[in-house]
Design a protein around this ligand. Sequence first.
Ligand SMILES: Cc1cc2nc3c(=O)[nH]c(=O)nc-3n(C[C@H](O)[C@H](O)[C@H](O)COP(=O)(O)OP(=O)(O)OC[C@H]3O[C@@H](n4cnc5c(N)ncnc54)[C@H](O)[C@@H]3O)c2cc1C
Length: 396
Amino acid sequence: MKKLQVDVGIVGAGPAGLTLANVLREHGITAIVVEKGTRQEVETKARAGLIEHRTVAFLERAGLATELLANGMTTDSCTFIHEGEAFSVPYADLAGGRKHHIYPQQFLVRDLIATYLGRGGDILFAHEVTALDGAHGAQAATISASAVDGAESVEIRCDFIAACDGSDSIAHRAVPESIRMPVTHRHPFRWLALLAEVPPFVNEIVYGMHPTNGAAQMPRTPAVSRFYLQIQDGEKAGDWNDERIWTALGDVLVVKDHPVTTGVITEKTIIGRSDHVSRNMQHGRIFLLGDAAHTISLAGGKGMNLAIADAEALAAAMAAYYGQDDERPLGNYTTDRRGKVWKAVLFSHWLINLLHSAPGDVAQAAFSNELRIATINELRSHGPTARMFAEEYAGE
Ligand SMILES: Cc1cc2nc3c(=O)[nH]c(=O)nc-3n(C[C@H](O)[C@H](O)[C@H](O)COP(=O)(O)OP(=O)(O)OC[C@H]3O[C@@H](n4cnc5c(N)ncnc54)[C@H](O)[C@@H]3O)c2cc1C
């Protein structure tokens, strides 16, 4: 078994792990990233695309946004469609000019990898972490990883472990539930997440409300859109052929006489069974970041933004520890992040309730629909509800 020693062992080469690795390196803190996928796999895994103004400002300060700024797009308003009527909310104007950047997650991951390796950083691709130990009282933390191709396994000894390994995190097993104190919410429906060769509709995010199949269209590149379609819990991707998908999207995403543009669907997955949030994001020498700490619904596009903000906070705390011998920011990591995480969860649930009607009895559905109409009228008037939406949607 190969033995390595660094200051910080990072599990997972997603946005959280790679951002942390890059920033630690700038502070002279040694780290190694262990990733179970190959480089090609992580650089082509399409997921997020909506990046908040604040996230981009941080990445820019860290020297990590050059490609994003050169090749991404921006968006500053979104369109809501309700019963065939569309209206726009210019959220950036209502939120002090804070636009979103649109840049596919896999491109950002590719850029973060290139920068980290270019700065002399080390990533062990195709190595799956099988065990980690960093509980209270341990002299050091350890990460054990097996090479996916059966080559020599690795043991990493480090001061701290940053668990950035996504929603199915192995760190969940290393931190007892009694300490993590997770809370979960099961959604009463699910979403088909699609990528299609369809140019974005007016370069805006479009949300369509519908009694059973709420939907959305989001720009990804000038030629590609991401679509979401609400489906019933229990349905499978195979239940939805392309024709059925475009018919359902066409029923919802109709602006006046302009039906949704159709195109080749290149990816189709089902997502969103439940949200889970760890109330405590640290234990001894182990810190949880990103989806490993909080997997929340896609509504509002908060997940990757939170993951990068966790990395920013933990990197600053580690810089204080190694640079000024100050342990307090590390001790306060959970407390610092908790409010921001729950703010995102709160907004995401508000938006879900606006966009989707939950299956239920007729009386409940009628009541929910009236609430939705009242909210839509508030948003349309660009009054206080629209300003709240804008502030939360755009992020700080
Ligand atoms: C369809 C879709 C659309 C989305 N849209 C948005 C959006 O617009 N805006 C937004 O902010 N968020 C969005 N999100 C959420 C966002 O993608 C996630 O929140 C984000 O990927 C979290 O980053 P992360 O680094 O925490 O985890 P991940 O990106 O999941 O990375 C974790 C990494 O850890 C690796 N790993 C896992 N287990 C191990 C192991 N045992 N050993 C080694 N490596 C391991 C994985 O292979 C992976 O590379 C979207 C998600 C989906 C699915």
